[in-house]
Every structure is written in structure tokens, then in C-alpha cells.
Design a protein around this ligand. Structure first.
Ligand SMILES: Cc1ncc(COP(=O)(O)O)c(C=O)c1O
Length: 439
């Protein structure tokens, strides 16, 4: 095990002091009491799968969110609503930034931002020197893809139909800039773990000069949780590196980056972590920093991850509120949160799968699904009709969902509950699907 240097320890303790001054826990589960306005901690000793169905506990958690129900938001896949404590903290931070202005930004903010970065890095299981903030996952991932040095003329870059469109675009842009070819694959439908692994194995076999693979941890179209650890190892065995789009994964279920092994990872903080809109992060593994070129024209030193994206002035208060969002999340526990989200997803997807004419695209295998699941009616992937279906769900049944495009087999409607979702709203969705499938 590598020992932390004295400097790292000092930086760590200064960071902890900066967080403590803001009333935050320094290091997750081993640290002090939750803040006064956090939700009640879960009952001790109850396993996540059992707690998932404890409606009394989850009603108290849901009360921590101030959300409208006209229509009911079943589109939490876009961005995550802040809980009341996080929103209150964010508003306090905005007030402080506005009141104290540059005095705060110049004197105090840098240490706070460092402390928040430490906190995010710890939650991801990596070093603070391997993490930098971005404004969203698109910026984080496009930065790494565009500046990736490992692709040359005649090489290939590989991505799948279910990967996020903006990242597909960046992969195409990288290939065009380097004289490389674009290789693509389709994720099988219905998806299974082995089916996904086989699809990537076949694609890598077809394109032996693949150097960079875009993998999505939880894709935005069907919510499938991809077997990213195995896929990263498979790519590495064939001489390709992985850029992992974990925009939807961080905060949706527990994992750490070292266990996945991808050298380049983008995460969102404004989706499942529940921080304000406008914050994300990227990870470049220390031993692979040189594989990502500095931001164009960035003056030296280039030995720090910060030289890879030059954002300029950002939303100070949003960055500060990341710590509040992580406090809130730690109080509930990521495993408890993950189990509850899957419980909510199962509440509608399992009965809906039994309705004739409803195709649930996301498997029930607990390793392959989280909060998000998509469906089609009677195998119909038509773009206009799926958009119409989402509209009907909103206008006739008061349930807000979204149609998604880009799947090889056609469009679908995506449903994403969150901790604020009440189970009866998901029962309403099942009834709505019964009516629509029979029409
Ligand atoms: C899988 C995936 N990657 C990336 C993104 C982009 O996130 P952002 O809009 O924050 O840039 C999204 C957004 O929904 C997504 O679902």
C-alpha cells in the first residue's frame, strides 16, 4: 500500500477543516453527526432490500423533496431534484457568495472547492489529484474524448447505439481529426449480460485496431446497467482503453472507480447525487494523465488534471452544495437509495411486463437495472408515435415521461422514478399502460 505523503496529509486535513467550517462531515460514514436538517437516518440493521419496501421510512424521505405533482415527474433521468436541505444550503451559499463577493471567492472559496473535490474523489474511491470539476457530464466526457492522444491514422474508435449522442459525436470528431475509423455496435434487445458481453467481443474482433471504446454505465435510453467492469477488462486485453460515461451511475447505486478499472470517467453530480444543476466531474487515472492532452493552448504546468479543462469562473454556490448533497446521500446510504429506486422501478415494470402489448426493454436482472426503464407498445419504435405516447401519459394521466431516440430498434418511452416518487403514482402508470395497450 502506498503511504500518503506528508503534503497529502496536510492538504487533506486543511480540506477537512474547510468542510468542518461549513458544517460538513469530512469523510463520509466514519465522520460526525448528520446535519440537523438532514432526513432521519434509516433504522439500524435493516438490509437495503427490506428497507426498500418500508413505506413509512421512504415517505419521510420523500417529504424532504418539494415537488409538483401536476404532472407527476417520472423523468428524474434528466436531472435530480435537490432535497430541501440541499436546496436550503445552496440558497445560503448563493447568499454568501453574493454578499461577500470577491473577498469570499478569492480568500475562502479555493480551500472549500478543494475540500469538495476531496469529498467527491473519496466517494469515487480515487485520489483528489485524479478528479476535476466540469459543468456537466457532456463537458467532462467530451473534453477527455477530444483530447485523447491514443488514437492515430488507421485506428478505430468504438461506440454503441445506446451511448449518449453527444459522446458519440465527440468520438466521431476524434476519429475525423486523427484519420481513424468509426466502429459501432448494437446492444442486443432484449439485453442480457452475456448478450452485451458477446456484442462487444464481436465488435472488438471485427475492429482489431480499436484504441478507444466509449462505454456507458447506465445508458440514457433504456437505463440498462452495462457490465462495465468486464467490458473494461475485455477492451484492455485487446489493447483498447475505455472512456466511461458514468453520468447516470454515480449516486444511483454504489461502486468505486478502481473496481471498474476505466482510466477515463465522467460523472454527473446534478443527476443522482442531487447537487444543483451545473456540476459534474471527470476522473483521469494518475498513470494515464498523459493520454489526455492539455486544453488547447493551456500553459504549463501540465502535470495536473486541472490543465485538461479550463472552465473559468463557475457557480461557486453549486460547487459548495455538492458537499451538502453528499451529506444528504450519506445519511440515507447509497445502497439503501439504490434498493429503493429499484423497488420503485419494479413496482411498475414487473406488472407492466405482464400486460399484452407492452414491451419492457430493460431486463429485471438486478445487476442490469436501476431506477430507469423504458417501454414500447406493440413493438412500435416510431419516433412520432412514441413522442405522442409520452404526451398522452402527461395530458391524460398526469404522468410526465420522455420519449427517447437512437436505439437501433427504434424509439421508446423512458420512465424514471426518484426518491420523491410515491408508489401510487407508479400504480397509476400501470393502469395507464393497460388502457393504452388496449386502445
Ligand atoms: C448516459 C448519459 N451521459 C451523459 C449525459 C449528459 O449529461 P449532461 O446533460 O449533464 O451533460 C446524460 C444526460 O442525460 C446521460 O444520460
Amino acid at each position: 500500500m502506498t503511504m500518503p505523503s506528508r503534503r497529502t496529509l496536510l492538504r487533506g486535513s486543511a480540506a477537512a477543516a474547510a468542510l468542518a467550517a461549513l458544517g460538513h462531515r469530512a469523510g463520509g460514514l466514519d465522520a460526525a453527526e448528520p446535519t440537523a436538517d438532514a432526513p432521519p437516518p434509516p433504522p439500524a440493521g435493516v438490509p437495503p432490500d427490506v428497507l426498500a419496501g418500508d413505506e413509512g421510512y421512504w415517505r419521510r424521505v420523500a417529504r424532504q423533496y418539494d415537488v409538483t405533482e401536476t404532472p407527476v415527474n417520472l423523468e428524474a433521468g434528466y436531472f435530480g431534484t435537490m432535497s430541501r436541505p440541499v436546496l436550503a444550503a445552496y440558497q445560503r451559499h448563493i447568499g454568501r457568495v453574493n454578499r461577500e463577493g470577491a473577498t469570499f471567492a478569492r480568500r475562502e472559496y479555493p480551500a472549500i472547492a478543494r475540500a469538495v473535490r476531496d469529498r467527491v474523489a473519496r466517494a469515487l474511491g480515487v485520489g483528489a489529484d485524479e478528479v476535476a470539476f466540469a459543468r456537466n457530464a457532456t463537458e467532462a466526457l467530451q473534453t477527455m474524448i477530444r483530447q485523447y492522444r491514443g488514437v492515430g491514422a488507421g485506428d478505430s474508435v468504438l461506440f454503441a447505439d445506446l451511448d449518449y449522442p453527444a459522446m458519440q459525436d465527440a468520438m466521431r470528431g476524434l476519429a475525423a481529426a486523427r484519420g481513424a475509423t468509426v466502429a459501432t455496435l448494437e446492444i442486443p434487445e432484449p439485453a442480457s449480460r452475456q448478450g452485451v458481453l458477446d456484442a462487444y467481443a464481436a465488435a472488438l474482433e471485427r475492429h482489431p485496431r480499436t484504441r478507444l471504446v466509449l462505454l456507458t454505465h447506465v445508458n440514457n435510453k433504456t437505463g440498462l446497467v452495462h457490465p462495465v467492469r468486464e467490458l473494461t477488462a475485455m477492451a484492455a486485453a485487446r489493447g483498447a482503453e475505455v472512456v466511461l460515461d458514468a453520468a447516470h451511475a454515480f449516486g444511483q447505486f454504489p461502486f468505486t472507480l478502481p473496481e471498474i478499472g476505466a482510466p477515463f470517467v465522467g460523472v454527473n453530480l446534478h443527476k443522482w447525487v442531487g447537487a444543483p444543476v451545473g456540476v459534474a466531474a471527470f476522473h483521469v487515472r494518475r498513470d494515464r494523465l498523459d493520454a489526455i492532452a492539455p486544453a488547447p493552448g493551456e500553459p504549463p504546468p501540465h502535470d495536473r488534471i486541472d490543465s485538461r479543462l479550463h472552465t473559468g469562473t463557475t457557480d461557486f454556490a453549486a460547487v459548495m452544495a455538492i458537499a451538502d448533497a453528499l451529506d444528504f446521500q450519506d445519511t440515507i446510504g447509497v445502497s439503501n437509495k439504490a434498493a429503493r429506486l429499484r423497488h420503485l422501478r419494479d413496482r411498475w415494470a414487473i406488472p407492466a411486463r405482464r400486460i399484452p402489448g407492452v414491451d419492457i426493454l430493460t431486463p429485471d436482472d438486478p445487476d442490469l437495472v436501476g431506477a430507469i426503464t423504458s417501454f414500447r407498445l406493440r413493438g412500435d419504435g416510431d419516433e412520432r408515435r412514441n413522442a405522442g405516447l409520452a404526451r398522452t401519459l402527461a395530458e391524460e394521466f398526469g404522468l410526465f415521461t420522455v420519449a427517447r431516440s437512437g436505439l437501433a430498434r427504434g424509439d421508446c418511452v423512458r420512465v424514471t422514478p426518484a426518491l420523491a416518487t410515491r408508489p401510487e403514482h407508479l400504480d397509476r402508470l400501470v393502469e395507464a399502460l393497460r388502457v393504452l395497450a388496449a386502445r
